[in-house]
Write a protein that binds this ligand. Sequence first.
Ligand SMILES: [Zn+2]
Length: 315
Amino acid sequence: MAAVTEVAVTREMNSASGLMLVCTLFLASVTSAQNNANWTFTPYHVQGNVHMLEPINTNGNVGVFVGEDAVLLVDSHFQPSVPQLLDEVGEMSDQEIEFVINTHVHPDHIGGNSLLADYGVTIVAHDTVRLQMLEELRIPRNGGTFFPQPPANALPVLSYSEAISFHLNGEEVRVFKAPPAHTGGDSFVYFMGSDVLHLGDVFRTNMYPIVDKYNGGSFLGMIEAMGLAIGMAGPNTKVIPGHGPGFTDRTGMMEYQDMLFALRDLVAEAIARGDSLDEILAADLTRDLDDRWLGDTNWGPLDLLPIIHEELMAQ
Ligand SMILES: [Zn+2]
């Protein structure tokens, strides 16, 4: 039996001319039993002004930045989860959501954009993400899977090329482009006062990295990007991964980086021995890593090793 929920979002915006625009938007959504089961989040207070919403199946962890000015979200998960997302944010803050930063183009990170934009939330992302959303929406699994193009209002209204800062809630939120890694348009978000990093899917704690060659990703770039993040982090820095349970810290990033180094070295050593790609794929090179990192039947060494091989051969 479906239930209907109604969520009212009231926003007050001061324009440069001093006009006040008040718009009240209503979302009438049908929340089925499936919705309630699949679109719920586990909330965490990470540190300072930053919270995290972990979807029940850990796809697309959402960062929530709160304070006296406004709410800023990092990523918007899928559209059907937006009512639950709003409920959870409402538990964390009385302020309106002003901004969503998309860390990259994948559907589990931009899916809620359109509904949130309907409420007046400003969508922000790297220039590349906007272009990718205009061209074709695709994920790397199963040899490149296409998704329906997002509606026009899901596109970023603000995009940046190198970095952009938000000055909100008493601190600076620095958003900057990572080297090509998970995709070619990955943003890292650093909440400087709270000392929290959100790294999107460049960093995941639950499985081997996904390198999206269809959207400009790079395995060697991922090593570079993680080196950058690790170099920024101090002993008290907390880190939100794009996927994986809970948040972690510098040590968690270094564990992931060690796995990236191990994969690179295993393939490099096989190339140095003269092994072909077929021999590399048949050799079960990752057997000592699989217990910890083989978390997904749709993406594993047979997907990742050819990418590493191709990049190393091109060097
Ligand atoms: Zn992704």
